[in-house]
Design a protein around this ligand. Structure first.
Ligand code: ATP
Ligand code: MG
Length: 174
């Protein structure tokens, strides 16, 4: 189905922000083309996992910024925190099931190591990509990119669902 990524992210942020008093949340929308083709619940799971990590791994708080922009004809979403950061040698492993960074800073932070593996799987199923940049003690930025659909919010409701599915392939911007 056609989904507005902004509405999904706003909902996830509203749900996640009740879990913290020390973080400030920002949504920076830099494009009007924010429609993607996908599963709303699964896309919400992606941003729930990324934003809950952003909160969990920045125990002293700070800004959690979600930036939504267009790049190379794709819709990109950055989830940025000002937290612990990730050691460079761990970066290639963090999307692997059950992998967790183990150092004294985060010894008390619990988890199973599944969140990012699920993110990677869902993003892949949407023909997207996920990447990360991070600096220890400064923070991390996770970037999700998804194929863009050439519709603005609101336009997606003009046709019935069968018609949308039938013509989905011609609407995707190459
Ligand atoms: P789960 O998400 O299953 O509860 P988890 O958070 O440990 O457990 P992932 O979300 O897959 O698992 O993250 C894997 C590891 O990557 C984490 O253990 C953590 O060390 C590191 N990590 C993930 N996100 C961040 C972040 N925003 N800042 C710093 N480290 C992170
Ligand atoms: Mg996690």
């Amino acid at each position: 189905k056609y989904e507005d990524i902004v509405s999904i992210i706003e909902h996830v942020v509203d749900t996640q922000k009740v879990n913290t008093t020390v973080h400030t949340f920002h949504i920076q929308k830099e494009t009007d083309k924010t429609i993607v083709l996908g599963d709303r619940d699964k896309l919400a799971q992606v941003f729930t996992n990324l934003i809950s990590n952003a909160i969990k791994y920045s125990p002293d708080g700070g800004n959690v910024t979600v930036r939504i922009y267009e790049q190379n004809n794709r819709l990109c979403i950055d989830v940025k925190d000002e937290g612990l950061g990730i050691p460079e040698e761990a970066l290639p492993n963090i999307f692997t099931k059950f992998y967790r960074v183990d150092n004294s800073d985060r010894r008390r932070i619990g988890g199973t190591g599944l969140g990012l593996a699920i993110v990677k799987e869902i993003v892949k199923a949407h023909e997207g990509e996920v990447s990360v940049t991070s600096e220890l003690k400064k923070g991390s930025t996770f970037t999700v990119s998804l194929p863009l659909v050439a519709l603005a919010p609101g336009e997606e409701d003009e046709r019935d669902n069968d018609d949308k599915q039938a013509h989905a392939h011609v609407i995707i911007v190459e």
